[in-house]
Every structure is written in structure tokens, then in C-alpha cells.
Design a protein around this ligand. Structure first.
Ligand code: HEM
Length: 378
């Protein structure tokens, strides 16, 4: 039976897609990668800087105090980047998976819309820390901690919606149970490992951010640079080792047919979709390189080793972002398939989009330089 009649989901809009599917999928994945990097630091940067500030509380000139304050000062900008970059995948997610994500968003409308208010509260906490230190003194790092907790609630709501949209068989029973828009997806077996995988990954990416500050300070303050690289590398190492438990937990919690696209342990190792299997195995390889390089950076404080670790880790995040997209493709391909929808490329709109995109990149580089100058003169 046609899935559209089987499940209460909408149809695609009657107008054809305005650009080729491959391009929109690419923009969805690249857009999510650009969202994920700053979002990870926004998510866990508050907790990390609060821990630094509490640890160095009685030593105002310690590296902990310095790093805690610098990370906290960067967080409002990083959060802005996370929010702005979130719009790109949101746009393409709605175009390509609208029939699923609109319905799941309606079922969890209250938590979903509350994200906007939570975002304002979390963002405000970061500003209270940065501008209210005189007023709140030793207590001000609590605002950073509170912001991270609020952002974690947002991330949890995102994980609920991103998993609920993959299971349209739940839509009608949930709506029949209550049409109030108060649902979450708590009985979903992939929810907790998926969320934990994200939350831990966010700490590791924050470690990458701290070590990158160390690269910046290399020729400015060697002692501080060494401390930042070692601290960032140790954070990445500890968390990524933990991911060797949580990552497989997430993989094996996926429905068997989705899992078998990546891995087929009964018939060797390569799953049904070779590209997916090779991507997963390449990601394991990148993980190993990143761990070894970060191990060396941690022991020796080497900037070269940290740079190798940083590049492999960023490629690893890119691989994971694509794998996450493939999980959605495999989970929904029997329900809706965007490749069946007609495409009528509108070259004028596409041209304007690309020109504006390049102009935006140029503008962001200019803006980054201005912010950097302003911080240096502070
Ligand atoms: C600091 C606030 C935010 C946090 C902590 C956050 C966190 C997350 C997390 C953890 C996910 C992945 C969930 C999963 O797949 O299980 C996600 C996905 C996503 N986020 Fe954010 N997010 C934030 C703000 C935003 C905003 C403001 C937007 C939109 C303007 C946005 C757009 C998206 C989109 C579209 C996805 C799904 C992308 C895809 O499925 O390819 N996010 N976010």
C-alpha cells in the first residue's frame, strides 16, 4: 500500500524541486557539518569554561582562569554561528524530508517551539557571565553552566524530533493518544545512545577548540600554548575513548535493516551499501589516527601532532555527519524517496543563491577579522 495512505504524513509540495537532488543533499550535509562544529562548542563550552574557572578560583593568574575567561568570551560568537548555520540544513531538511519532519514537529510542537525560548535563555546566560562578573563575582561561572544545561535540553529536543521523523508508524498512535503536541520520542531505542554520542562528541570538539587556541598562541606565549594543546588533546582523548563504547551502542541500537547497510557481521564485514560500509571503516581509521596524534600532542605538547589530530578529527566529524544522513536515507527509503519527486532546476535562482553564498563567505571572513582585531585591542 502507498505509504502516504498507510501513515498520516503529508505529500511533497506540488511544485518540482528547484535544484538537482544531489546538490540539495550536499547542501543539507555540508550545512549540518557547519552547524555541528560551532553547535558542539556552544553545547559544552559553557561547562568546560565553568570547570576551568572553578578550578582556578584562588589563582587569578592561572592558565585555567585565563582559558576559562577566553572560552566564555568566545561563546556568544560561537553560539551565533551555530544558530545561523542551523538555518541551512533546516531549509534543505524541510524541502527533502518535509512530509516526515513537519508531522513529527507537530506531534512534539510544544517542546519543539520552546527551543526558541530556551535559546534566548541560554544565550542570555552567556552574556550575564561576560558582562556581569563584577556583580556576581565568584558565582558568575554558574551562568555558563546553566547555559550549557539549557543548550543540552535543546539538543535533546532535536534528537527527539530527528528520531521521531524516522518512524512514521508511531505518528497515528501518538496523535490518537493525545493531539496536544506534548509528545517526545522517549521509547525510541536509538534516542539515548544517539544523544549521548552527540553530547560526548561535543566535549571532544570543545577540546579541539581549546587546542586550536594553543596553535594561535604558539608564537605569542609558548607556556600557555603548551598548556592549551595538552589540555585540549587530553579532553579529546578521554572522551573519544569513551565513544568506543557509546558509538557501537548507537550503531547496534539501529534497526537491523539499517544496520546491515553499514555492516554485515554474519557474512564478513561489508554491508549491503558498499559506500556506507567503506565510509564507516574510513571513519574508524580516522578515529585511530586522531587518537594516536592527540596522544602524542598530550604527552609532548607538540603543535604538529595536534594539527594532524585536528585535521583527522574534523574529517571524522564530516564522515559521521554523512553517516548520520545515510541512517535517515536507509530508514525512510521505503516510505518517501525524494528522488521520485520531479526536479526542474531554476538556474536564475540557483545563480543568485551561489553569488550570495560566495558573498556571505567573504563577509564572514571580513567580520571574523574585525572581531579578532576588537578582541586584540581589548
Ligand atoms: C545552541 C543551540 C542548538 C543546539 C545545542 C543544537 C543541537 C543540535 C543537535 C544535537 C542536533 C542533532 C540531533 C540528532 O540528529 O539527533 C541538531 C540538528 C539540527 N539542528 Fe541544531 N541545535 C541548536 C540550534 C539550532 C538552530 C537555532 C537551528 C535552526 C536555525 C538548528 C537546526 C538544526 C537542524 C536543521 C538539524 C538537523 C539537521 C539534519 O538532520 O541534517 N539548530 N541540532
Amino acid at each position: 500500500m502507498d505509504p502516504i495512505t498507510l501513515f498520516p504524513i503529508g505529500t511533497y509540495q506540488p511544485s518540482p524541486f528547484p535544484a538537482p537532488l544531489w546538490l540539495m543533499e550536499l547542501l543539507l550535509v555540508v550545512g549540518f557539518f557547519l552547524h555541528a562544529i560551532p553547535m558542539n562548542i556552544a553545547l559544552m563550552g559553557g561547562i568546560t569554561s565553568a570547570v576551568f574557572l572553578f578550578k582556578g578560583k584562588n589563582q587569578p593568574d592561572s592558565y585555567e582562569q585565563r582559558a576559562g575567561k577566553q572560552l566564555a568570551a568566545a561563546l556568544p560568537i560561537v553560539t551565533t554561528a551555530a544558530i545561523t548555520n542551523g538555518i541551512v540544513p533546516l531549509l534543505f531538511l524541510q524541502i527533502l524530508y518535509g512530509p516526515l519532519v513537519y508531522t513529527s514537529s507537530i506531534l512534539m510542537a510544544v517542546p519543539w517551539l520552546s527551543i526558541l525560548f530556551l535559546l534566548v535563555i541560554g544565550y542570555y546566560g552567556l552574556y550575564i557571565f561576560n558582562y556581569g562578573q563584577k556583580k556576581f563575582g565568584d558565582k558568575s561561572p554558574w551562568f555558563l553552566l546553566a547555559s550549557s544545561i539549557v543548550f543540552m535540553v535543546i539538543a535533546f529536543f532535536f534528537s527527539n524530533n530527528m528520531t521521531l521523523m524516522l518512524t512514521p508508524q508511531k505518528f497515528l498512535p501518538l496523535y490518537q493518544a493525545s493531539p496536544s503536541g506534548m509528545h517526545l520520542n522517549l521509547d525510541e531505542p536509538t534516542l539515548i545512545p544517539r544523544f549521548l554520542h552527540f553530547a560526548l562528541g561535543a566535549i571532544a570538539v570543545t577540546g579541539l577548540g581549546i587546542g586550536s587556541f594553543g596553535l594561535y598562541y604558539k608564537n605569542r606565549d609558548a607556556g600557555y600554548s603548551n598548556w592549551l594543546i595538552k589540555t585540549g588533546a587530553s579532553l579529546f582523548l578521554a572522551i573519544t575513548l569513551l565513544q568506543t563504547i557509546v558509538g557501537p551502542w548507537f550503531l547496534f541500537s539501529l534497526p537491523a535493516d539499517v544496520q546491515h547497510q553499514f555492516l554485515d557481521l554474519e557474512h564478513g564485514i561489508i554491508g549491503k551499501t558498499h559506500f556506507a560500509s567503506h565510509l564507516l571503516l574510513t571513519s574508524f581509521g580516522l578515529d585511530a589516527i586522531a587518537l594516536i596524534a592527540m596522544g602524542i600532542a598530550y604527552v609532548k605538547g607538540s603543535t604538529k601532532a595536534f594539527t594532524v589530530g585536528l585535521i583527522s578529527a574534523l574529517l571524522l566529524v564530516g564522515g559521521m555527519v554523512e553517516i548520520r544522513h545515510l541512517v535517515r536515507v536507509f530508514s525512510t527509503q521505503t516510505i518517501i524517496n525524494p528522488s521520485n519527486h520531479p526536479v526542474e532546476p531554476q538556474s536564475a535562482i540557483l545563480g543568485i543563491f551561489l553569488v550570495l553564498f560566495v558573498a556571505l563567505i567573504g563577509y564572514l571572513i571580513w567580520l571574523g577579522k574585525q572581531v579578532h582585531k576588537a578582541y586584540q585591542n581589548k
